[in-house]
Design a protein around this ligand. Structure first.
Ligand SMILES: NC(=O)c1ccc[n+]([C@@H]2O[C@H](COP(=O)([O-])OP(=O)(O)OC[C@H]3O[C@@H](n4cnc5c(N)ncnc54)[C@H](O)[C@@H]3O)[C@@H](O)[C@H]2O)c1
Length: 256
């Protein structure tokens, strides 16, 4: 466990579910004052049940909502130090069947939402003259594509470059920005896959570690990246994927 720093305020988006909820729990256990942000009406109750301090209903695809959520956290707790951008959506459709609205929505939530929230926190930190950090949720799809995932993979590729761009812009302000790339993690986002034994069996076998991941295994990496233990880490892409991007171990060759 990293060294706790007194009075650290961390915003987590996508806080009502999956990886975001696991981050709320983990960072609150460490001692951060955690403000969760989500579209879901029940976000305040969920965040408090996980040990967080406050849940704010907001749509991250709107810059006004992101600015207001950060302003609310600052007004209530005096400061913001870190933001973890875990709000995200996926869609499954081959490129030739993708309609304009679905394409735009995926980019707006995953890319615009990550940028708007990071920008709001970055502006606050730069104005206050304090260091801080941003963690964006990319994906293994930041670096590779799967069938039916053209909108999602495009958005996650953009998130990877967004993280690098922010890291380069904000390094001189002491603001670190990193991108985490989960593999297949057991969350509601993947409910359809987890309901299909053949598909989830394939995913597990495809990862060299031979299993899917748990949200807490992503949250522990987020905790590291938002801690002083990662004080010289910025602009990095950290895969949390059981080795998926390292290569493939076909089941027939497991014994070699
Ligand atoms: N689960 C995986 O296998 C996996 C793999 C790679 C990357 N990721 C990424 O991790 C992040 C979290 O995914 P998850 O699996 O926990 O998903 P999830 O569906 O369990 O949770 C996502 C949360 O984001 C919220 N959200 C959606 N749109 C929003 C908006 N416009 N404004 C505010 N909140 C919004 C939802 O209400 C939900 O609570 C996403 O960015 C996802 O792309 C997940």
């Amino acid at each position: 466990m990293s060294t706790p720093v007194a009075n650290v305020v961390t915003i987590v988006t996508g806080a009502a579910s999956g990886i975001g909820a696991a981050c709320v729990r983990r960072l609150a256990e460490r001692g951060d004052t955690v403000v969760g942000v989500d579209l879901a009406a029940e976000v305040d109750g969920r965040v408090r049940a996980l040990g967080g301090a406050l849940g704010v209903i907001a749509d991250v695809s709107t810059s006004v909502a992101c600015d207001a959520a950060v302003a609310q956290a600052v007004e209530r707790f005096g400061r913001v130090d870190h933001v973890v951008s875990a709000a995200g959506i996926e869609c499954n459709a081959p490129a030739h069947e993708m309609d304009d609205d679905t394409w735009s929505l995926v980019q707006r939530v995953n890319v615009d939402g990550s940028f708007f929230m990071a920008r709001a926190v970055g502006r606050h930190l730069i104005a206050a003259g304090r260091p801080g950090s941003v963690v964006l949720l990319g994906s293994i799809n930041s670096a590779m594509a799967m069938p039916g995932q053209v909108a999602y993979a495009s958005s996650k590729g953009a998130v990877l470059q967004l993280g690098r761009g922010l890291a380069v812009d904000w390094g001189r302000h002491g603001i670190r920005v990193n991108v985490v790339g989960p593999g297949v993690i057991d969350t509601p986002l993947n409910a359809r896959s987890f309901a299909d034994p053949a598909r989830i069996g394939y995913y597990a076998g495809r990862a060299p570690l031979g299993r899917h991941g748990e949200p807490s295994e992503v949250a522990s990496v987020v905790a590291f990246l938002t801690s002083t233990d990662a004080s010289y880490v910025t602009g990095a892409f950290v895969a949390v994927d059981g080795g998926w991007l390292a290569g493939e171990v076909p089941p027939s060759r497991r014994e070699y």
